[in-house]
Design a protein around this ligand. Structure first.
Ligand code: PLP
Length: 412
């Protein structure tokens, strides 16, 4: 008999979609994986050099559970430059990806009975971790095309139990990038009600709307003392498997995480820590620039293909590296009792007929959404998106044989 907490955890949908794609590919069916939350690109040479140097130097012991001091200093420097707010090593915790940073955050601030406001559609780990902490996720639904919450909706979700607002901009899955006014309004609200803000900014390198990324602590410096700012090298350097994330927070949260990580995982892999430190010291940023350029052109070409969709708005895709389609209108026009009933059927048809793995919005708490990553190589991405468009535009045609049959009934 498993513990009760296991029944409340959401399925990690992205992993499931990828597993289906892997099985299909193993069975000889070519599948293009647009479900992955990662960019397919080589390893940054500076990370490789740093890892090799660490191995050769015999770096094989435990480190401080919150990371080696020089890396914490380097991350503080990097964050100070990007947020225009001063951070020191004492604010920084090195974690096993943004995922562990977020888990530390909710474990450190939420008690059973507390509520955390989450904007939905959302990456499913966020509510799952709140549940693991024994607290209650309170969802605020955000709407297409912007998927940015209104202040009224957030206000309406605040109760006497609210302890935190968890935000994620640039957003997975929607690609939304919260504007300064929204960030300031969320900051004001957090200050007024004395709430924690957990700000997941792990897609901060990928903003395509021309304004760049703005952290909540930049938009509203007054909220810094109650903010846990989460980030990661997973997406920024396309090293998801290296498990190198971090958060910046007031020292009390850092001390809490020191205990938590010590009891749960100890330190992040020591080689990865040295590799990233080396990267931060010597890199000229060309890897990041090249990746950004590649993604920007994939986004532009992808948007051109997706603009052919009928009854589906072309996604804004302002940030992260996902096209998030709102198929609500399309789904509403599907015949009742037809073979296609909703977003899960649509994702299945795309896999089986277009050979494309996508993530159904149900994974993110949205029955109308479909997420397609543009981190796949361009030569695979564009033909795959063309097949997606053709398949989605022809969805209703599936009903025609039945209609033709009934109309032609009198001819036989
Ligand atoms: N936060 C969001 C919104 C994500 O999409 C992901 C991964 O997909 C993460 C956090 C976790 O990233 P990491 O690999 O750094 O743990």
């Amino acid at each position: 008999m498993l513990a009760q907490r296991m029944s409340s955890l959401l399925e990690p949908g992205t992993a499931a979609a990828r597993e289906i794609a892997r099985i299909a590919a193993a069975a000889g069916r070519p599948i293009v994986d647009l479900a992955a939350g990662e960019v397919v690109i080589g390893l940054p040479p500076t990370v490789r050099e740093g890892a090799i140097a660490a191995i050769e130097a015999g770096a094989n012991r435990y480190t401080d559970s919150i990371g080696i001091e020089p890396l914490r200093e380097a991350v503080a420097e990097k964050l100070t430059a990007s947020t225009h707010v001063n951070w020191a090593a004492q604010n920084i915790v090195i974690t096993n990806g943004a995922k562990q940073a977020l888990l530390n955050a909710v474990f450190a601030i939420l008690d059973p009975g507390d509520e955390a406001i989450i904007f939905r559609p959302c990456w499913p780990t966020i509510p799952s971790q709140v549940l693991l902490a024994g607290a209650k996720p309170v969802f605020v639904d955000v709407k297409p095309p912007t998927y940015i919450p209104t202040l009224e909706a957030i206000h309406a979700a605040v109760t006497s139990q609210t302890k935190a607002i968890i935000l994620n901009s640039p957003n997975n899955p929607t690609g939304a990038v919260y504007d300064r006014t929204t960030l300031q309004a969320i900051g004001d609200l957090a200050v007024n009600y004395q709430l924690w803000i957990v700000s997941d900014e792990c897609y901060s390198s990928f903003v395509f709307n021309g304004h760049g990324h703005e952290s909540i602590v930049t938009a509203h410096p007054g909220v810094r003392a109650q903010t846990i700012l989460v980030n990661s090298f997973s997406k920024e350097l396309a090293i998801t498997g290296w498990r190198l994330g971090y958060f910046a927070a007031p020292p009390a949260i850092v001390s809490a995480a020191k205990k938590l990580q010590s009891h749960m995982t100890s330190n992040v892999n020591v080689i990865a820590q040295h590799a990233i430190l080396h990267h931060l010291k010597v890199s000229d940023g060309s890897f990041e620039r090249d990746m950004f350029k590649r993604l920007a052109s994939a986004r532009r070409d992808g948007i051109a293909v997706l603009s052919r969709l009928v009854d589906v708005q072309t996604p804004l895709a302002d940030g992260s590296f996902y096209f998030y389609l709102d198929l609500g209108e399309r789904i509403a026009k599907l015949p009742v009792n037809g073979p296609v009933q909703g977003i899960d059927d649509i994702a299945r048809i795309l896999l089986e007929e277009a050979g494309v793995a996508a993530v159904a919005g149900s994974t993110f708490g949205d029955p109308a959404g479909l997420r397609l990553s543009f981190g796949a190589p361009g030569e695979l991405l564009i033909p795959a998106l063309e097949r997606v468009v053709d398949t989605l535009n022809a969805l209703n045609d599936r009903q025609r044989p039945k209609d033709v049959f009934s109309r032609s009934g009198g001819l036989s």
